[in-house]
Design a protein around this ligand. Structure first.
Ligand code: MBD
Ligand code: FE
Length: 289
């Protein structure tokens, strides 16, 4: 039987293997295990604390909230910051600022050509009627025809379809293919902000940290075009009190849109609009691949 000191045990855990495995996975795992050993020793983590943490991780995984917790602890934004830094080092022309995808994207939304209603068939509208429109461009300012713009946002209660049993599949999720001039437009309503589900494992941790779990009102985008870099971003609705206090640290300069209330309906009939509405104009600029 082997008797180990903590350091001897760590060295064995970090080096033991009988097959080649994956060197990169081993390297990252070694580092994380080492940091956790240190945390337990330096902070004198008790057995009760340790097992409470393991139980919480189990609940977190079972609830499907791992992506919510990474956003709330800043990791998703960190990945974006590092991509921005890589762009700067490569002196790559910047496009529309990226913003985190978040854990609530669902692939496979219904596709429309050039325009669509996200709130298809819903009368009366669930909030302030908005049309967002613009073009997809490259960094030289040239329009990108045939780009695919995925757009998704929360319902009037701040919940997302597929994660909320009360909404139909792909509710408030659509994909739009840009026209020859790179244009897209969609009608929907201005969504409210988002709050982490009360009582969930993520809320448990945030309560213990004394943090709130609110995001300001936002609309998500994933823009894909051949030969260009995929853009994941979000736009924010101005005036939200959480704009500078987003639990997911995802808001950025340049992504807070301007609302144009009272825009005349002429030209927007195909979106079912017959009265003045709020317009938002926004172009997406995609980097070179
Ligand atoms: C959201 O709606 C969101 O966009 C992010 C990033 C995290 C949690 C919920
Ligand atoms: Fe969101």
């Amino acid at each position: 039987m082997a008797e180990y000191t903590a350091q001897q045990l760590l060295d064995i855990v970090n080096t033991v293997h009988v097959a080649e495995g994956n060197a990169r996975v081993r390297q990252i795992t070694q580092r994380i295990v080492t940091d956790l050993f240190r945390t337990i020793e330096d902070l004198d983590v008790t057995p009760d604390e340790f097992w409470a943490g393991v139980g919480w991780l189990t609940r977190l995984g079972a609830s499907g909230q791992t992506g919510l917790i990474t956003a709330g602890l800043g990791f998703d934004r960190l990945i974006d910051i590092r991509m921005d830094e890589a762009d700067e080092r490569a002196q790559r022309a910047a496009g529309t600022p990226r913003a985190i995808e978040g854990p609530l994207f669902v692939a496979g939304a219904p596709l429309s050509e050039r325009e669509v209603r996200l709130d298809e068939g819903e009368e009366p509208p669930r909030g302030e009627v908005v049309v967002m429109e613009g073009r997809v461009l490259d960094t030289a300012g040239q329009p990108v025809a045939g780009a695919l713009v995925d757009v998704w946002h929360a319902n009037e209660l701040g919940r997302y379809s597929h994660f909320d049993p009360d909404q139909a599949p792909y509710h408030l999720r659509r994909k739009i293919r840009t026209g020859a001039d790179g244009s897209y437009r969609f009608r929907s309503f201005i969504p409210p902000g988002y709050a982490i589900p009360p009582g969930s494992p993520t809320a448990e941790l945030f309560d213990a940290l004394g943090r709130h779990g609110n995001r300001p009102a936002h609309i998500h985008f994933l823009v894909v075009a051949e030969g260009l870099r995929t853009l994941t971003t979000q736009v924010n609705i101005p005036g939200d009190s959480f704009l500078d206090d987003d639990f997911a640290f995802a808001t950025r300069d340049g992504l807070v849109v301007t609302l144009e209330p009272g825009t005349p309906a002429a030209g927007y009939e195909s979106l079912g609009i017959s009265a003045p509405f709020t317009r938002v104009r926004f172009d997406f600029v995609l980097q070179k691949a």
